[in-house]
Design a protein around this ligand. Structure first.
Ligand code: CO
Length: 437
């Protein structure tokens, strides 16, 4: 027999019949089991089948099988039975019209691609409604030929597609606080998403404009009412930055920058300027508001670092996760997401005993560098309290730090770039809560 991952995935009604041989598969403390179980190896006699409990074995034809449903539609929508899967936009601030963020429901999603309607948002003056026929992208400053591109002309350039994550540098920032916030994977960590981005390499457009030899920085400015702008070193701009027009195959959604945005792989989300309208070449950075008053890293002596761009190696457990309730003792699948702004994920380890012992999780093949990876590991919960932690390592050997290591490095005034290991505490009654170890 073989085991399907979905069979061990749900948080309730799982009571597998573990035979004595299964104890061989225990690989770390507090019930962590070998990832070989998920890879389809060593399953003989493990008895991990999970049959449907709620419906029973009696077959009768359901009502939806007895008459035709609605026909084809113009744009498909999720089932009404999953209407609770929503971004969390938090509370609007009346003093900051259009500002704020919405967070991806990481705990309700299972793959590595974020559906377009659930990709996190961060806006500084709301979402402009841009008519592509009246919009242009200008390249000027230290160039041989200032150029303007309208949307139709951009569509004629050669494009590439890359599946890559985007993370706000403020993601998980609440975990810098002294008291462990009570929240979900979404509310604490939901400012990260992943999509297939399609667009024109920025280097192609810069070549056409002819970059002057003295240029060192590229300033990108959006057409929103905040004139969101960021400065990017020229060497990154010509490396892997895209002028993106499509997300998961369709034109960008308005909240993701329609009709055109910058996409800067592996770097803090704010530099991937949406509603892109200007690319200016210069010797020095432009010192925009969002690289002076914000998106800087304040050190313990109250000086601040600017232009701290790359996102560190990081992982989060999405299930079980905060505010979930484990219903029965038995087998669970611990799973989550890992990523690194430097490259790809080479290893994810999981601890169920607060970091005392670790087991290596199974990792799905990553779509490429700087994309999300999903990891999974079976875990037998027998009703004792557990502290679940994940720890990622990337292909450069960077290891996700502990929270104490990160605080020691960044100091007490830090807010951005939290990438430390996070701990979910499972109490003996099955309640799951964010905690510090
Ligand atoms: Co930064």
């Amino acid at each position: 027999m073989s085991i399907r991952e979905t069979d061990v995935a749900e948080l309730g009604a799982v009571e597998p019949n573990l035979e004595p041989s299964t104890t061989d598969l225990m690989v770390a403390g507090n019930g962590l089991m070998s990832r070989r179980l998920l890879l389809g190896l060593g399953l003989g006699g493990a008895g991990l089948t999970v049959a449907s409990g709620a419906l029973g074995a009696d077959f009768s034809m359901p009502v939806w099988s007895k008459q035709p449903g609605p026909g084809p539609s113009g744009y498909g929508q999720p089932s009404r039975f999953v209407a609770d899967i929503q971004r969390d936009p938090g509370r609007a601030n009346p003093l900051y019209p259009g500002g704020g963020a919405s967070r991806t429901p990481l705990h309700q999603l299972r793959g590595t691609i974020t559906p377009n309607g659930l990709h996190f948002e961060r806006h500084h003056a709301g979402v402009p409604e841009i008519d592509p026929a009246a919009h242009a992208v200008f390249i000027n400053g230290l160039v041989e030929r200032p150029l303007a591109f309208d949307y139709e002309s951009l569509l004629r350039y050669p494009m590439v597609s890359r599946t890559q994550f985007l993370e706000c540098s403020g993601n998980s920032g609440a975990l810098f606080r002294d008291a462990a916030v009570d929240g979900t994977a979404q509310s604490i960590n939901g400012l990260v998403s992943c999509a297939e981005w399609t667009g024109i390499p920025l280097s192609v457009l810069l070549d056409e404009a002819g970059v002057s030899p003295e240029a060192r920085w590229v300033s990108a400015v959006g057409a929103d009412a905040a004139s969101m702008g960021r400065s990017i070193p020229l060497n990154k701009a010509v490396d892997d930055v895209l002028v993106a027009l499509f997300q998961n195959g369709e034109p960008l959604r308005p909240e993701q920058g329609y009709p055109v945005r910058l996409f800067v792989p592996g770097w803090e989300g704010n530099v991937s300027v949406k509603w892109l309208t200007q690319i200016k070449l210069s010797k020095e950075p432009s010192q925009f508001r969002d690289e002076t008053s914000k998106y800087t890293d304040t050190l313990a002596d109250r000086s601040s670092l600017q232009f701290t761009f790359p996102m560190g190696v990081k992982s989060i457990i999405t299930s079980p996760s905060g505010k979930m309730q484990l219903q029965t003792h038995g087998l669970y699948q611990i799973e989550g997401l890992a990523w690194s702004g430097a490259g790809s994920i080479s290893k994810v380890e999981i601890s169920a005993d607060g970091g005392a012992t670790w087991a290596e999780a199974a990792i799905d093949a990553q779509a490429g560098d700087k994309s999300l990876a999903r990891f999974r590991l079976p875990w037998r919960w027998q009703g004792n309290s557990a502290q679940l932690i994940s720890r990622a390592t990337d292909n450069y050997g960077n290891i996700q730090p502990t929270r104490n290591q990160l605080l020691a490095e960044k100091g007490a005034l830090a807010f951005y770039h939290f990438n430390a290991q996070q701990c979910w505490d499972v109490s003996s009654n099955g309640e799951v809560k964010n905690t510090y170890v």
